[in-house]
Write a protein that binds this ligand. Structure first.
Ligand SMILES: Nc1ncnc2c1ncn2[C@@H]1O[C@H](COP(=O)(O)OP(=O)(O)OP(=O)(O)O)[C@@H](O)[C@H]1O
Length: 236
């Protein structure tokens, strides 16, 4: 579904990504792990066109994403939930979801979509008329993911959904992500929380200093040990 080859990008004189290869096949949850500042968010932003690529290619279902304006991605079925939530704080939960539904003109299925996200995140349904800005951090993260889901994406890109959340909320969030994947969604998940991510991903990449330093085919127990070794090597 997503095929990234030799991707190079950066800021100013510095190349942060130094030739990244990564693929996501339909129906998979692919994890991308790595310590702070290694380039995970830059990779997602380059894929979404928010940071300009300096080399390489990004193919999404036969379309060259590096030549696609970022505003077109949602219509093509790519929903990117950035780090830090970015919900509308002065709008209610329901309004936040409605704006997202309107943005892809799929109102006919609006009711079903809302029911689906409320089945994943019942706390949102209990807080329909609450302003986004007054939700707890965990609830805001749920709303950010829900907003992406109501656009009916084919590919969901999640940038550190566990950031700043208490362990129990992280567990809820990751249970929901697994459920979303079981319902047929393809997911690229960027995380620093290796333990939580390892529980739900089908395949995994580890990044260090702008390069992929480890890629797994399947997450077996043996593989898990290797990943921890590589990952722990980065000071985690
Ligand atoms: N807008 C920017 N201008 C200049 N440098 C930037 C910019 N955004 C990120 N960087 C630098 O690029 C490098 C990679 O940052 P990036 O946010 O991609 O890392 P990350 O792996 O997502 O880290 P984290 O897990 O902490 O979010 C860092 O050295 C960072 O300081």
């Amino acid at each position: 579904m997503l095929n990234i080859q030799g991707l190079i990008s950066g800021y100013g004189d510095i190349n942060v990504l130094k030739g990244v290869d990564l693929t996501v096949n339909e129906g998979e949850i692919v994890g991308l792990l790595g310590a702070n500042g290694v380039g995970k968010t830059t990779l997602l932003k380059t894929v979404s066109g928010l940071v300009k690529a300096r080399g390489g290619s990004v193919d999404y279902l036969g379309t060259d994403l590096l030549r696609t304006p970022p505003v077109k991605l949602l219509g093509m079925g790519i929903a990117h939930v950035p780090q830090g939530r970015h919900i509308f704080s002065k709008m209610t939960v329901l309004e936040n979801l409605q704006v997202a539904i309107d943005s892809v003109r799929k109102r006919v299925h609006a009711k079903e979509k809302l029911q689906y996200v409320f089945s994943l995140f019942p706390r949102l349904e209990e807080r329909l008329n609450q302003l986004g800005g007054t939700l707890s951090g965990g609830e805001q993260q749920m709303l950010a993911v829900a907003r992406a889901l109501v656009t009916s994406p084919k590919l969901l890109i999640l940038d550190e959904p566990s950031m700043g959340l208490a362990p129990i909320i992280v567990q809820n969030m990751f249970d929901a992500i697994r459920k979303i994947a079981d319902d047929g969604m393809t997911i690229l998940l960027v995380e620093q929380n290796a333990v939580a991510a390892l529980d739900i991903v089908n395949r995994l990449y580890v990044m260090d200093m702008g390069s992929i330093v480890y890629r797994s085919s399947q997450i077996t127990d043996q593989e898990m040990e290797k990943i921890k070794e590589v990952y722990l090597g980065f000071g985690h």
